[in-house]
Design a protein around this ligand. Structure first.
Ligand SMILES: NC(=O)c1ccc[n+]([C@@H]2O[C@H](COP(=O)([O-])OP(=O)(O)OC[C@H]3O[C@@H](n4cnc5c(N)ncnc54)[C@H](OP(=O)(O)O)[C@@H]3O)[C@@H](O)[C@H]2O)c1
Length: 212
C-alpha cells in the first residue's frame, strides 16, 4: 500500500484525502492550523519535516495555496500581500520539496511529489497579478525539480480552474457557475495521474473551465 502525505488540509486537500482513502493508499495529512492553533512558519515546517521523517511517504501532495487580490491600478500592494502569496505558494513549496528529497527512502519504486498549482499560472485574471505570478513560478519549480530528480522522484502539477464549491467561486459570474469544475473531480483527476506512473513527471495538467 502506498503512503500519501497531504500537506494543506483546506478545501481541495480534504477532497483529495477523501478520494485517496477509498483506494490503494494509506493517507496522512498535516495542516498549518490544527485544533485551533496556527503554527508559525518555522513551527509548521518543523512539523512537516518531522511527519515526513516518521511516516516516510511514497507520495507527497502539496495543497497549500494563498490567494489575495493585488490591484495594479491602485496604490502599490502592500509588501505583506506580496510576501504572504509568495511565501505560501513558492517558498514553502521549495522547502517542502527539499525536505521530502532529504528524508525520502529511495528504493526501486518511484516516489511522487504533486504540486497543486492553478490555471492562473498561464491565464491572467483581473487584480491577481501576484497570485498568477506565484503559480507561474511554482510551475517552473515543478519542471526543474522533475528534471533534477528524474531518476528518483516524479514531480508533476495539477492546475485546476476555479473550483465550483470552493470559496473562490463567489468571484465568478452566476452564468458561468455551473460550468466550473468541482473539487471531487479535481481529486479524481489527481488520483488518476498518480496511477499513470512516472511518465507524468515534469508536466502540468490543467483541469476545469477557462475563465477569461
Ligand atoms: N479553490 C479554487 O478555486 C482553486 C482554483 C485553482 C487552484 N487552487 C489551488 O488549490 C490549492 C488548494 O486550494 P483550496 O481551495 O483548498 O484553498 P483553501 O481551502 O484556502 O486551503 C488552503 C490551504 O493552504 C494552507 N495555507 C495557506 N497559506 C499557508 C501558509 N502560509 N503556510 C501553511 N499553510 C498555508 C491553508 O492552511 P490553514 O488551514 O492553516 O489556513 C489550507 O490548508 C491551492 O494551491 C490553491 O491555490 C484553488
Amino acid at each position: 500500500m502506498q503512503k500519501v502525505l497531504v500537506i494543506g488540509e483546506g478545501f481541495l486537500g480534504k477532497a483529495i484525502i477523501g478520494e485517496l482513502q477509498h483506494g490503494y493508499y494509506e493517507v496522512m495529512s498535516v495542516n498549518r492550523t490544527h485544533l485551533g492553533h496556527k503554527y508559525s512558519e518555522v513551527e509548521f515546517l518543523n512539523k512537516v519535516y518531522t511527519v515526513m521523517l516518521g511516516y516516510q511517504p511514497d507520495i507527497v501532495i502539496n495543497c497549500i495555496g494563498h490567494f489575495a487580490f493585488s490591484p495594479t491600478t491602485e496604490a502599490v500592494p502592500p509588501r505583506i500581500v506580496f510576501d504572504e502569496i509568495f511565501d505560501a505558494n513558492v517558498k514553502l513549496a521549495w522547502r517542502i520539496a527539499r525536505g521530502f528529497r532529504e528524508v525520502v527512502n529511495l528504493g526501486e519504486e518511484h516516489k511522487y511529489l504533486v504540486h497543486i498549482g492553478s490555471e492562473s499560472a498561464f491565464i491572467p485574471h483581473s487584480h491577481s497579478a501576484l497570485y498568477c505570478a506565484s503559480k507561474a513560478a511554482l510551475t517552473m519549480l515543478t519542471q526543474n525539480l522533475a528534471r533534477d530528480w528524474q531518476r528518483d522522484i516524479c514531480v508533476f502539477q495539477v492546475d485546476p480552474g476555479v473550483i465550483r464549491d470552493s470559496g473562490m467561486a463567489k468571484f465568478i459570474g452566476y452564468e458561468l457557475f455551473e460550468f466550473l469544475v468541482d473539487a471531487k473531480t479535481v481529486a479524481k483527476f489527481t488520483r488518476s495521474l498518480l496511477e499513470l506512473g512516472p511518465y507524468t513527471s515534469g508536466h502540468s495538467y490543467p483541469i476545469g473551465t477557462i475563465i477569461r
